[in-house]
Ligand binder design. Sequence first.
Ligand code: ATP
Length: 596
Amino acid sequence: MVSLFTWIQKSKQSSKKRSKFRKFIDTYCKPSDYFSAVRLILPNLDRERGSYGLKESVLATCIIDALGMSRDSEDAVKLINWRKGGAKTGVNVGNFALVAAEVLQRRQGMISGGLTIKELNDLLDRLASSENRTEKTAVLSELIMKTNAQEMKWIVMIILKDLKLGISEKSIFHEFHPDAEDLFNVTCDLKLVCERLRDRHQRHKRQDIEVGKAVRPQLALRVANAASAWKKLHGKEVVVECKFDGDRIQIHKNGKEIHFFSRTFLDHPEYIHGMSDVIMQNILVDRCILDGEMLVWDTSTDRFAEFGSNQEIAKAAREGLASERQLCYVAFDILYDGDTSVIHQSIKERHELLKKVVKPVKGRLEILVPDGGLNVHTPAGEPYWSRVARSVDDVETFFKRTIENRDEGIVLKDLDSKWEPSDRSGKWLKLKPEYVRPGSDLDVLIIGGYYGSGRRGGQVAQFLVGLAERPASNSYPRRFISFCRVGTGLTDEELDAVVNKLKPYFRKYEYPKKGPPSYYKVTNNSKERPDVWIDSPEKSIILSINCDIRTIRSEVFAAPYSLRFPRIDRVRDDKPWHECLDVESFVELVHASNHT
Ligand code: ATP
């Protein structure tokens, strides 16, 4: 398997990569072994094993302990700082598996430990089911004993679920069996695919969706404006809907059994607490699959809450805490009803079914059907979140309204289309107001930097930016408040220029030994923590950033709000540091845009 990975990675042509995989399957695997092998090649699609709970940083400490290294040793520091590199920055910086291989090379022999695929899978099962770091470290230590550095490198990649082989999941599926992709799309079950499709010359009868098995969702194709959306759907009967901003969730109800499958086909049992009664009482059939968006409804403001609070509200529901906020599921489609799949029916027909199957409950369980449906009004006070569009002007008007409402955008659907798993061919189109400026540009100050990975490993590639604490009149600000993390928008050259200018003022953040400079107010949330600080704000640079119109309440950063999808518009070399936007002005701006 290691040779297969190495060969696939080395081969440039996609056809060669595919034929290597074919040869491996034909030569080295018995049909009964297919799943054991394929799950290691497509680790991100494997749902038989739970999650390892190991991201790079935890994996680093487990490997350090498994190898019995001191945490201060050069190699341990190298592993912990895999993104940043050390005094001697190596070529592998930014790629955890390569840094690990470099460290392991000095400790493991060259000789293969002869671990079989079965043994590896058994150990990975143990790794996933072990409950604490000590147990995980013990499994890793056993893996290290039974492998060489080369083998261990790939195992690390399997654990991180990214092999970087340069071959798509689609190609692997096609090479495995002509019906593999289709079957996976409707079952999200890799084991079943490998077991049912053992003979690639025998075609599989097209399988329909089943209650209890996640289906890969129908997706939307992005369009630039209303006119091009209208052109694409020319002559069709079209519905325009609000693009709700929550979690895409399929509800599978089978009697009393309820699953909440996400886009990545993970079940979310945490939603059961806030939702089970509502579902049991208001979904009027025994078995069905609904497609929709899980959101939070705020009863005090009579609005949907901003993105990002689903988990918090699910947790509050589990703990039985009273809250003005509650989970609300907006069903925009139905895929299964009673004992039949209905994805082959038109949306129009499915909307009718949806109306029969779901009894809407205000702010808890809503249906999205044209010119009706949701019990709740849009923030602008209008009753409709969904409309049949008869002209491009209808689309334009609906879209403009979503901008005013600060919604995420709109989705256009061909009312005559069927629902197709994993399809993004244009039956659904999405139109989003991107980077609309909330009134004016936001001129913020760079206060820290984050190292990049891959090509930008070992170099600052993103910035922590801050807002000023409003200074007394006629004076300069004295403190800056962390606001958001921003990395996109500049060309490589522009980014290099900013980084080079700031380099002399970078001070490594030695967490927790040395805290942030006193002139920065931060949260110390690990998601915020930058790798370097800018030594003195007077030396720093102002960036003009713009963003999605909506702001989010922030726990990661010190400012009361942060931005969604911030993007650097330009570097303001012409603005001195003290002209940074201050928090109060920003909050006023947010409130002003909330009330227009
Ligand atoms: P994005 O980041 O734009 O949501 P995406 O890749 O997650 O993109 P797309 O298929 O491109 O997903 O866009 C459709 C997504 O929009 C769905 O996955 C769903 O979560 C969300 N959505 C919100 N409202 C609707 C709606 N009325 N109809 C369909 N999808 C909707």
